[in-house]
Ligand binder design. Sequence first.
Ligand code: NDP
Ligand code: 2IT
Length: 450
Amino acid sequence: MNTAELLAQVRQRNPHEPEFLQAAQEVIESIAPVFEKHPEFARLKILERMLEPERMISFRVTWQDDRGEVHVNRGYRVQMNSAIGPYKGGLRFHPSVNASVLKFLAFEQIFKNALTGVPMGGGKGGSDFDPKGKSDNEVMHFCQAFMSELARHISHRMDVPAGDIGVGAREIGYMFGAYKKIKNEFTGVFTGKGIGWGGSLIRTEATGYGLIYFAENMLQAKGDSIKGKTCLVSGSGNVAQYAIEKIIHLGGKAVTASDSNGFIYDENGITQEKLEFIKDLKNNRRGRIQEYAEKFTCSYTATDPNADHNPLWSVPAQCAFPCATQNELNGKDAKNLIQNGVKLVAEGANMPTTIEGINAFIDQGVLYAPGKASNAGGVATSGLEMTQNYMGANWSREEVDARLRSIMKDIHEASLKAAQKFGKPDNYLVGANIAGFIKVANAMQAQGVI
Ligand code: NDP
Ligand code: 2IT
């Protein structure tokens, strides 16, 4: 395979899709060594096929707000790859959602889901709808309108959505309810469901907990641990909240949290009690993180999305966990972290680090984990929720948590092993991309040219 030619072809084919091209470039460049050992993958154009969605649906969503005003949004589902299982991946509701963002997320999901060891293909969907500032009633009407179209394209054996940015327990409830009404069937067509109606214990916590389990595995491989380490976390949503909780459990000190307006820096560390305040603030009252600084008297810094760096990453720390959104940590931020002696960076968000930032970490020997490995605990536990739904079973908290831990350990080992085998020891980016790719490539080869 000629890397430069393939990249040029993908660029020509997907103009105006910078996020998708970024995700594609990262994978194409890092898995190049595979093709020397497996020329058949090049001949069968396996990677070219993975870069083209199997199917992509875009639809109009029309709904009325509380004043009766009509709104038109755009809904999507990208069904990227079903070689190893039903399409699986979250739904994102955020004004920045477009085809490029969802294609990058669906593409990443192929490799991430393969790494979990649970049979799931890759997909992603969502809408440019902004739940911020909307009433519960408006969110419900939007979710029902969205599902009135999406329902005909998904099913529990073919495509199983879940949450992502802007889609949490409330939205999944409304969408699941709408699906059930339209289809007249009670199936596990969503994951992240409520515990009383088919959900799995630990799914809410899984991405953040899994991230910190993964980081602990990385540190342990170097004879170290998270205990006593100062940790930066960005975001204050689902992933950030449970990353902070697990850092606390393991004896680390999380000192930051953020939202799209700014970040708090609590030098004394976010305790469990302070974290409960964040959970209530973000999940129930839907307020801004600035309130934390007022309540617990610590520093708050407003951030400018157009600035050339994010001052959160200038806070001195040994570990950093970006858990908000894509490209929130650039080359300059990476330099600031490195200058302050960062040892480990593990991604809770999808593609939060730019390619320049990743290269800076790898060049400087910082332990760096790409999201598709370190944030796979969420979708892995979604896979466990699907398994429980198929079996009609409810596993205990301890059982699901033990499985999550063991899956994260396996992903860690598989990534290290592949990195070693392909001549890039300790490079989790290369290791995770190659391990995920080979699994899906083998399935595609076996299933013929389709
Ligand atoms: P939430 O909606 O719960 O939280 C998102 C957080 O990120 C909020 O604090 C939000 O701030 C902030 N944020 C979102 N967009 C931006 C932006 N453009 N600029 C700055 N801050 C922003 O989402 P999740 O916690 O579920 O998701 C966070 C990340 O983790 C995403 O990249 C997602 O794809 C990834 N992920 C999520 C998984 C899951 O199971 N939920 C699994 C694996 C990965 P504000 O409130 O101001 O918008
Ligand atoms: O990015 C992700 O892996 C998720 N948002 C979770 C997907 C899922 O299906 O649980």
